[in-house]
Design a protein around this ligand. Structure first.
Ligand SMILES: Nc1nc2c(ncn2[C@@H]2O[C@H](COP(=O)(O)OP(=O)(O)OP(=O)(O)O)[C@@H](O)[C@H]2O)c(=O)[nH]1
Ligand SMILES: [Zn+2]
Length: 346
């Protein structure tokens, strides 16, 4: 099931590549081929996507900074353009009502956060480009937190080379510690948030200057948190030009807000986060100490507890690695292996 809703341009978020690429060689190719034709292009940051119309922040930080609505040039039809993308845009970029600019190039991306529609799906979709932090928002209760979902966020972030951090909301409703114990060994940064005392200053300090993508199940309090973090003036950045008639953003579309010198990208409530495209090595890479030990594993080692000669398990037993850390990695990889098995059985 899509958690981006059913109304979107079916071509919008497809991407044919399945391995992590940095930067995207396709974007590079298009860039060099088309550059001479659009020397007057300006750079825009995609802040929202809505049925084939893109909201861009252009000339960010300059006196004539503006919010522009754009369509994509025909030659980009098969390429996904997503929130966080840096694009070259031509035409009327004044941002005045009724104007429509044209995106002619997607600049190389530093990261790409992807998901498959479900684990069996080989077609992956790009969710967000150029994010360097993944803010996982989970509730201590209501809805009940599920370690498996966080494992999925972690795997997707690590696969993309994005740093995962976590906020646990609703600590006024339930004690989050039993849930958090699942992730203790991974050394992930965690903030605890309650209705009366959200850690806004701490989060602001941590996220300023970064491009953060926020993910969370519907109802966890993600919108409440993002709204509190973002001054109202910066919320205007994501508003689609009213004249196009496409300005209505509900929580079913992805929008970005300026957060200090960075951005926070709010994605819709996640219902599924397929991992059909992820490689084990990319997950291990997120933890260099574990990856180094796992290099001595037998070929094809799945790094599971029942694996007889897994170096991770041996190192944990001998005290060379923290057992909780290895256990968390084993669980994350089990999530991934189960996801992949489903993919091949379908
Ligand atoms: N008790 C308590 N309630 C909270 C807290 N944070 C948010 N809420 C409430 O939880 C409900 C859901 O919050 P939202 O911010 O709409 O949740 P969301 O994650 O954005 O959900 P979607 O918009 O569906 O994606 C609202 O009624 C909030 O007031 C918290 O820390 N404690
Ligand atoms: Zn192993």
């Amino acid at each position: 099931m899509s958690w981006l809703g059913d109304y979107e341009d079916p071509y919008e978020d497809y991407d044919e590549s399945s391995v992590r690429e940095r930067p995207n060689p396709k974007a590079n190719r298009a860039r060099s081929k088309q550059r001479p034709a659009h020397e007057d292009a300006v750079t825009g940051i995609v802040t929202a996507v809505d049925r084939g119309r893109y909201t861009l922040a252009v000339r960010v930080g300059e006196t004539d900074e503006s919010v522009v609505t754009a369509a994509r040039a025909r030659e980009l039809r098969r390429q996904a353009i997503v929130a966080g993308d840096r694009v070259d845009v031509v035409g009327d970029t004044t941002g005045e009502e009724g104007t429509l600019a044209r995106i002619v190039r997607i600049q190389p991306r530093s990261t790409v956060l992807r998901r498959s529609a479900d684990d069996a799906d080989v077609v992956e979709r790009v969710i967000v480009a150029n994010a360097d932090v993944l803010l996982m928002v989970v509730a201590a209760a209501d809805p009940e937190p599920r370690p498996g979902l966080v494992d999925r966020y972690l795997v997707a972030a690590l696969d993309a080379g994005i740093v995962p951090v976590m906020v646990v909301t609703k600590t006024d409703v339930a004690d989050p510690e039993p849930f958090l114990a699942n992730f203790e060994g991974l050394g992930i940064e965690v903030w605890r948030s309650s209705i009366d005392d959200p850690p806004l200053d701490e989060l602001h300090a941590r996220l300023d200057g970064h491009t953060t993508v926020a993910v969370g199940h519907s109802g966890v309090g993600k919108s409440t948190l993002v709204n509190a973090l973002v001054p109202s003036a910066n919320r205007a950045v994501s508003h689609v030009n009213a004249v196009t008639g496409r300005g209505r953003h509900t929580s079913s579309s992805t929008v970005s807000f300026k957060l200090g010198d960075g951005w926070i990208i709010d994605t819709p409530g996640v219902r599924s986060f397929g991992l059909g495209h992820v490689a084990t090595a990319n997950v291990l890479q997120g933890f260099p100490d574990l990856a180094a030990v796992a290099e001595d594993c037998p070929r094809g080692c799945a790094h599971q507890p029942d694996e007889e000669y897994c170096e991770l398990a041996i190192a944990a037993a001998e005290g060379r690695l923290e057992p909780r850390r290895v256990a968390s990695m084993q669980r994350m990889l089990a999530t991934l292996v189960a996801a992949r098995r489903q993919r091949f059985e379908e």
